[in-house]
Design a protein around this ligand. Structure first.
Ligand code: NAG
Length: 405
């Protein structure tokens, strides 16, 4: 329990921060629920300040402090309609959410979904996503497997990707043990989890095509899909709300996932890392034409690519799915892509949707112009700050999955 004194101190700090944020904010003009955004920003800034002060004074890690004063994400309340079990899929930790079958549908095989949480490959956990994934299972009626993949920078690419792939392959092979029809399994994820879902779908569409039943769908919620061009219009718009995903934070996540050489963040932000590639066929995979039809398509030149060894994965489609060749996109399952108006990753999602469409994949691109990055997943972090638009986004995702899985 938090002491009354601590509570008052915290409340005053949040109020002060809210006033400061309100006074100095430059919110995007049409952002959803601006009052809540300001409050959220204030809470975030207050905790960042308290956390960094705590760490600077040498008391320990901020996560321990927040645990001590009793702050934790909103978790799923036990729900008699949902059976939740922790398990291991070929050595990868997973949590399985199995909704009760509705009366009368006895014996019918059910659908399955493998979910990868967001957090820049660095943060987040199955536990922190409990509420969201539980709601996804209850809403869709699918058996949902949430994967505790190992995190960067301790475990760099390809380990997080391989954990996700291993868990998905295991589920595809053992589906019937969970009452699931192996031909009706999809993958989904938000942010870096969307990157992992796209990568797993690419891999299963390629090398493993004959060994496993094909995926039925992929759902990519404001996904991160490329690390070649950090000056797309959405990266340079400056319209990322400070608290959610500033460009440098996102680029830092890509670097931690790649090789953890943080001195590269500046280089990446200026696109210096790929200057030599900008006329190659790789650049044609992130062509501005996909964002704006009036821009002519890039005609790739025969450019020699010479990336240092610890940067070669920048061009690996399992690291950066937009680097996949057209031939590897064709044959991918039905795809749902969500993009937010206020998000450095907006153009990643649009480009991927466009390329998939051109490769003959059935794609639904759900655009939310007034949404910001994280609006759906954020609803599980602070229960009382639920954004209506986040709930809508989840509902739209549930509707898509019910329809196509
Ligand atoms: C980090 O990247 C910089 C710039 O490319 C390079 O000069 C440096 O050697 C790298 N450091 C390590 C430890 O690899």
């Amino acid at each position: 329990m938090m002491g009354a004194c601590k509570a008052v101190t915290l409340l005053s700090a949040v109020t002060a921060a809210a006033l400061a944020v309100y006074a100095y904010s430059s919110l995007p003009p049409d952002v959803t629920e601006p009052g809540k955004v300001v409050m959220f920003k204030a809470v975030f800034l207050t905790f960042s300040l308290i956390g960094s002060t705590y760490e600077k004074m040498g008391f320990g890690e901020r996560a321990d402090l927040f645990r001590k004063i009793g702050i934790k994400p909103a978790f799923l309340e036990s729900d008699s309609n949902l059976e939740v079990t922790d398990s291991s899929f070929s050595g990868v930790q997973v949590r399985i959410y199995k909704p009760q079958l509705q009366k009368g549908v006895i014996g019918s095989k059910r659908t399955g979904l493998v979910f990868f949480h967001g957090g820049g490959w660095v943060l987040g956990s199955v536990h922190a996503y409990d509420l969201l994934v539980g709601r996804l299972a209850l809403g869709t009626g699918a058996v949902v497997v949430s994967v505790e993949y190992r995190l960067a920078p301790k475990h760099k690419f390809p380990i997080p990707f391989e954990d996700c792939l291993t868990a998905t392959q295991h589920f595809l092979q053992h589906a019937s043990e969970y009452g699931v029809d192996p031909t009706r399994i999809g993958v989904a994820g938000d942010s870096s989890g969307g990157n992992l879902a796209a990568a797993v779908a690419l891999r299963l569409n390629k090398d493993d095509k004959k060994k496993f039943p094909p995926l039925k769908l992929q759902a990519l919620i404001y996904p991160a899909l490329q690390a070649l061009d950090f000056q797309t219009p959405s990266y340079v718009s400056g319209h990322s709300l400070y608290v959610n995903l500033p460009a440098k934070l996102m680029i830092g996540f890509w670097v931690k996932y790649l090789n953890n050489n943080m001195s590269l963040v500046e280089t990446f932000a200026n696109n210096e890392h790929t200057a030599a590639l900008m006329k190659s066929h790789f650049a044609s995979y992130v062509d501005r034409h996909f964002l704006d039809d009036s821009v002519p398509r890039l005609v790739p030149e025969d450019v020699r690519i010479d990336l240092p060894d610890d940067m070669k994965d920048l061009l690996n489609p399992y690291y950066s799915p937009l680097m996949a060749e057209d031939a590897d996109l064709s044959g991918l399952p039905n795809t749902y892509v969500t993009v937010c108006g206020t998000d450095v990753l907006r153009d990643d999602g649009i480009m991927y949707a466009k390329r998939l469409e051109m490769a003959g994949v059935q794609v639904r691109l759900a655009r939310y112009p007034s949404a910001f990055h994280g609006v759906m997943s954020m609803n599980l972090a602070l229960k009382h700050f639920e954004f209506e638009l986040g709930k809508q986004m989840l509902q739209d995702l549930v509707t898509y999955i019910r329809e196509l899985l």
